[in-house]
Design a protein around this ligand. Structure first.
Ligand code: GCU
Length: 338
């Protein structure tokens, strides 16, 4: 009896030691360089790959926030759509399941249709024109529009120009006719493809490679870095530079989380988001160049549309403008002239 009591006491003491030591180890493992447990550990969703410019921008953002908050706010960036597709992530942001994300404007526009204006086909003359708009008053106003859907817009990210790529060469407008073309989960993108007399097929980003490989679609459209990062050049060997859209991207925060932060922390987050945007834009320029080079190295046929052919593509967009401009024609004219 005494012996059993002795074993019991030894077991109990060992258990207490394990709990104390384990607790200490857990504390040390989670302690940051500032010697504190972070007050907030917040998730950031990104659907691109680990070394993609927007993911690197997100990490820059997280690092800046961590340092400026003295280690109180820790942001964990989850890439490769680990937290879900962009549409799923936006839903989660609405109730605070995910705190931050970088998303394509075309997906946010499904929740706030007015945002479609900023991704109208052939709206911007070039990248500089788009950035004048986004960096100006119009860009600020559009960042605020996300508040209607329980989301705080923090900053703009670059995503360059989108182009068609296909299993067949597209050299003129007629080559698109009847093709099944993958589009984002976006009504406006689907209407744009229909206006070109092709059939839009909405497919989530991570499934595009297999959709082309299996012949579900013949064609897709995206910027150079996405074509490269997702290795779409393996299955769609012809890339036509038609630059039909420039779809800006946004860093966003859940309003549920935002409202829990005090004004000082909100300001830190806003400042760091804007700084990370400048960093991402620089990386973007480099990445556009290197990803095109990589595709060419892999034997992709690059087709540059002539200006007159581009004009035919642009003219085919009139029905899209009619449908999505509503009573905003004045604003659209202002953007075109900006
Ligand atoms: C771009 C964008 C992604 C988006 C993708 C798409 O790559 O950066 O956020 O998901 O386009 O075509 O779906």
């Amino acid at each position: 009896m005494k012996k059993r009591l002795g074993y019991g006491l030894i077991f109990l003491s060992a258990l207490i030691i394990v709990i104390i030591v384990g607790g200490r180890l857990f504390f040390w493992a989670n302690k940051d360089v500032y010697g504190n447990m972070p007050e907030y550990v917040l998730l950031y969703a990104e659907n691109q790959t680990d070394d993609y410019p927007t993911t690197m921008g997100a990490r820059k953002f997280a690092d800046l926030v961590y340092v400026r908050s003295g280690g109180r706010i820790k942001i964990e960036v989850k890439c490769d759509a680990e937290l879900g597709s962009e549409m799923q992530v936006i839903e989660q942001l609405k109730f605070g399941g995910v705190s931050f994300a970088r998303v394509s404007l075309s997906q946010l526009a499904e929740f706030e249709p007015e945002m479609n204006i900023l991704q109208l086909p052939y709206l911007y003359k070039d990248s500089e024109h788009m950035w004048r708009v986004l960096d100006g008053e119009i860009g600020d106003d559009f960042l605020k529009k996300t508040s209607d859907i329980g989301i705080v817009g923090l900053s703009w990210y670059d995503a360059g120009a989108r182009n068609f790529y296909s299993t067949l060469p597209i050299r003129k407008l007629e080559d698109l006719e009847g093709l099944n073309i993958r589009v984002q989960e976006s009504d406006m993108m689907a209407d744009m493809v229909s206006a070109l007399l092709a059939n839009p097929v909405k497919i989530v980003y991570s499934d595009v490679y297999s959709a082309i490989e299996q012949g579900i679609v013949d064609c897709a459209e995206n910027n150079w870095p996405s074509y490269d990062a997702m290795k779409h050049y393996d299955v769609a060997r012809f890339y036509t530079v038609d630059e039909h859209t420039r779809v800006p991207e946004l860093q966003i925060c859940s309003k549920v989380i935002w409202d829990k932060l005090d004004e000082k922390d909100q300001q830190i987050i806003l400042d760091c988001a804007k700084e990370s945007s400048l960093y991402e834009r620089k990386l973007w320029q480099e990445s556009e160049k290197s990803s095109r080079e990589n595709a060419e190295k892999n034997g992709v046929t690059v087709i540059e549309l002539s200006e007159s052919e581009k004009a035919r593509f642009r003219n085919a967009m009139s029905t899209v403008y009619e449908k999505y401009c509503g009573n905003q024609m004045e604003l659209i004219n202002e953007i075109s002239e900006y």
